[in-house]
Write a protein that binds this ligand. Structure first.
Ligand code: MG
Length: 354
């Protein structure tokens, strides 16, 4: 691969190029912290110190308003969901704004109101923050950083007890990318690719016949229900930049298991599928902001699926595959009968989706 001398858009696109930047530079300088339960170098959705989960996430979506959401809703949901997928309940957030000269105050207030509304849905508060302004340029309005903390819950403890009923050597205290074992089932909570296509339509002024709306949403209440009412969940991710393809590869690499998924089980909206075909995109590589990819012990997979389907966010949930010891990496059984490798994407095909 050509060695990059400068940062390119692909460095922010959630695939192999971004992972290499994080591993070769950021982890190189900050990866040696000790006494951290889930450290930076684990590259999970968030870090853990004792019983506290900590996460920081910057958002630079372009444009700042898109069908179904805006940068404020995205920033709150992104951080809430990264804390939630470790099994924790987020409770306090911070917020840092970098505003571009020329941003309409009315737009800034719309973003703030949207953040307030999303915080209300998630049951969290923004309690400190910072504001900076930069000269008119290419920022596209503003950049928003939201950081947050989360804590352990009774639902997480109950979930871990259920896991131990089926796997008595299970020692982990959190839901981690590295916890999958051969035999575990993989679920997705709903249709994939909606967010990336919604942002792309706003970026390019494209119309796909029907309006594709972003799925951006805080998922912490849903996660706590799944943990407390069903249980058996070992691994979980929100498949954002790089989509389900990237998230499955994270699971496979960190858990050192193969993953087989079934193309006919992966839920994709008809209009998203048609738009992807037209644009030459793979829905598996397009980002989501309101979906969960869940690894569950096989004995509890049907129960988690049934519970998901009773919820608004999980109506179209499916068991899409399983972890396997038969091969390494990620493969898909296609509808025509063959198998194809699902490689980690180089980067999300849609730039600046979050
Ligand atoms: Mg994440």
């Amino acid at each position: 691969m050509v060695k990059n001398e400068h940062i390119t858009m692909l460095h922010g696109a959630g695939g192999t190029v971004m992972h290499d930047l994080v591993k070769n530079y950021i982890v190189k300088y900050f990866g040696d912290a000790s006494n951290i339960d889930v450290p930076l170098k684990a590259l999970d959705d968030a870090a853990v110190i004792g019983d506290i989960v900590l996460k920081s996430d910057s958002h630079a979506v372009k444009p700042v308003f898109f069908p179904g959401g805006d940068i404020g809703r995205l920033a709150v949901s992104g951080t809430v969901n990264d804390i939630a997928v470790l099994g924790a309940e987020p409770y306090a957030l911070t917020c840092g704004f970098v505003l571009e000269e020329g941003l309409a105050i009315a737009d800034f207030e719309k973003i703030l109101a949207s953040m307030q509304q999303t915080c209300k849905e998630a049951g969290v508060s923004i309690i400190t923050g910072d504001t900076k302004v930069v000269e008119r340029g290419s920022l596209g309005g503003c950049v928003v950083n939201v950081s947050g903390v989360g804590r352990r819950t009774a639902a997480l403890e109950k979930n871990l007890q259920v896991v131990r009923q089926f796997r008595n050597d299970f020692k982990e205290r959190w839901i981690l990318d590295s916890n999958l074992k051969a035999g575990d089932k993989i679920l997705v909570s709903g249709t994939i690719g909606d967010h990336g296509l919604a942002v792309l339509s706003a970026q390019e002024g494209l119309s796909f016949g029907s309006e594709i709306i972003s799925d951006v949403k805080p998922l912490n209440h849903l996660v706590q229900r799944l943990l407390g009412e069903a249980g058996g969940i070992v691994a979980m991710k929100d498949p954002t930049r790089g989509g389900v393809a990237d998230a499955l590869n994270e699971f496979s690499e960190k858990s050192k298991v193969g993953i087989l998924v079934y193309e006919n089980k992966i839920p994709v909206r008809e209009d998203v599928r048609a738009a992807c075909e037209m644009l030459g995109l793979d829905p598996l590589e397009v980002g989501n902001e309101g979906k969960l990819l869940i690894g569950v012990v096989k004995e509890k997979a049907e129960e988690v699926l049934e519970l998901l389907r009773t919820t608004e966010e999980g109506r179209e949930a499916e068991i899409i595959g399983e972890a396997t010891a038969e091969f390494s990496g990620v493969a898909m059984q296609t509808v025509v009968g063959g198998k194809r490798i699902i490689a980690r994407p180089v980067g999300d095909p849609v730039p600046r989706i979050c």
